[in-house]
Design a protein around this ligand. Sequence first.
Ligand code: GLN
Length: 363
Amino acid sequence: MHWLIQRLRLRKHAMIAIAIAVGAGAVAGPALAAKSSSKKAAPAAAAAGPAYQDIVNAAYAKFKDTHEGKNADYIPALAKVDPNVYGVALITTDGKVYSTGDLTTQVSIQSISKVFTMAQVIQEQGLESIEKRIGVDATGARFNSIIAVEAVKTVVGTGAPEMNPLVNPGAISATSMVTGANADAVWKKIIGFHNDAAGRPLTVLQDVYKSESDTNQRNQAIGALMLAYGYIKANWPQAVDLYTRQCSIGVNAKDLATMAATLAAAGKNPVTSKQVMDPAKVPGVLAVMATAGLYDDSGKWLYHTGLPAKSGVGGGIIAVSPGKFGIAVVSPPLDDAGNSVRAQRAIAAISNALGGNPYAARR
Ligand code: GLN
């Protein structure tokens, strides 16, 4: 019960913060400014630049002294990361960057990598490949739940699997679907896709990779089960190892925002202009993020922001306002569901102030 009360309390604070930020946005917000000055709605990305930077700065400052939550510690290296690291970056679909705070410290990307490996499989093998093999439904369970695997195993082979590529079992399976003659060839493709979305060559944080490799027996068990139940076709140890490596990729807030902005801009990295993914395949990726990006808190997150998003236990969260912007916050302390506390609050405040919710139609 205690965790529930704590989570409700966190949620209440988040709501107050959102209300305040929306209030501030109403004064300086580009959405309202565009409406009053012209009958034609201006695309948000083309709206006044300074308002974006002001809103990013205000949200950063508002949550700077928030110290709720706790670093993940089930991967020993994550417990050692400075909990004060806090960076915010927003990149519009026309490539403008608004950022503040710590933009240089790299944290491990963790589960945010699941989005890009899923995207790569979809890009290479089509939208149906993921839907048929893994499924695109929420499990409603924690990200590394084995009970969730047991609950859905009976439908494999007889119907569509009720899993998704953003929880560990589905993600390890998605990694196993990336084709390549050997582990190195598969890894080159995985890191290559991440690099293209981030717009720079990323590297693995070796201390995190080693720490997680030494302690990931639970993920190994999940990998073995996924082979047993037909989600993984061969070599589950390779899939678990490559998954662990992809989770250890180092990223800063700007890298993550660029990756989010690539999805916001229909698969084209708006900073490098490289088309990373077919535009027609991006909505499927965003749909799974909306369904399962914040694990068992995905519904609440969507209710408050409307944004497809993805969190990682390294402390990062990315969120996508399609056609408008990608946003990312890095701040390691997590809530009980495994989502960064400050990142959730700052992203919600910024997006809501900018009219980022895709469900909020303008009239
Ligand atoms: N590498 C982590 C794990 O498998 C990723 C989990 C996460 O970010 N939620 O446990």
